[in-house]
Structures are given as structure tokens and as C-alpha cells.
Ligand binder design. Sequence first.
Ligand code: ZN
Length: 136
Amino acid sequence: MRETKQWTDSERWALASETGFACAYCEVIFGSVARRPGSEPRIVRMVVEHFTPVSWTGIELDAENLVAACQICNSIKSAHLFDTVANARRYINRRWVQLGYVIEFIPTRSHFEAPELWAREYARYLRTVGIRQDAE
Ligand SMILES: [Zn+2]
């Protein structure tokens, strides 16, 4: 059993900034809220994703192989292999549609520029849609 690396905040920040704080596959901004019919709304969270699965490369720390993805795309992509990010994106976007996901809330630049206001508004929104902020 290999050990999973614990990414630091600055490593995660650097990776996320490469894609404008949005998922490399679905291009949804982290902190958005997605919902599919019959399911609870989910906060779109960032995960450090290996474009080529570690189960194939055996290498956890290959910077060239890392992308910022959301947990939804990460789970859809799973251990599938793709030759290009564009092809992965096509497959994943099709699955998003099949699964019926819609984006209910997208944070805007002003939310990032006024973090205190943003936190308050966002907390209110999350209560409105019935999510605990620490919940998946
Ligand atoms: Zn995504």
C-alpha cells in the first residue's frame, strides 16, 4: 500500500492558479455548487489529480502529471487513461450530462476580493441549499 502525499496549501494554490482556480476538466470554479437530480447539492472542491493514474506510473510526484481537478471529475475519470487533457475533458463532460449535474452557484471575482463578505454570503447560501459547510 503506497502512502498518499499530503499536499501543502501552497502546492495546492500553485496548481489551482494554473487553471484559474477552476477544474482542469469541467472548468467549474472551485467553491461552486453542483447538484444532480435526487441528490444533495455538493460543493465543487479541488483535488490534486494525476492525469495518468499513479497505478500506471507508480510516480506520485511528477509535476508534469498533476492537474487541479474537482472531486466530481476525479471520481468520474477514476483510473481511465487518456492521451490528452482535451480527450479526458470530452469524456468527463459527457458523463456530467448523463449524470444530470447542473451548476447552481458560481462564486465570482468579487467573492474572492472580499473574502469576509464572501464567507458570510456563501455560508448563507449553503444553509439555504441545505449543506453543512464541512459536509461533502
Ligand atoms: Zn471538474
